[in-house]
Ligand binder design. Structure first.
Ligand SMILES: [Zn+2]
Length: 84
């Protein structure tokens, strides 16, 4: 995993891109408090998992495209070959 900062809210998280479709994001308390979408634990159930931060998702996608965050398995999901 490697640190990445959300370009919108400035939250610093740890990111690992296993493939283009699969991303692991690790939030710490500081990042949660910083993020506009994740933060604010006063609302909702404490500890309830949130979907994530849309801005951060975009930031990760941009970073992956720019090669800042390496994609471990960059091959697209293979299309099944139908043998006649
Ligand atoms: Zn955010």
């Amino acid at each position: 995993m490697q640190p990445l900062q959300c370009t919108e809210c400035g939250a610093r998280v740890l990111v690992q891109k296993n493939s283009w479709e699969h991303t692991s994001v690790q939030w710490d308390d500081t990042a949660r408090a910083t993020c506009r979408e994740i933060g604010g634990t006063g609302e909702g159930r404490p500890g309830a998992p949130r979907e994530g931060c849309a801005a951060l998702t975009v930031s990760i996608a941009r970073a992956a495209e720019a090669g800042v965050v390496p994609v471990r398995d960059p091959d697209p999901v293979p299309t099944p070959v139908i043998v006649p």
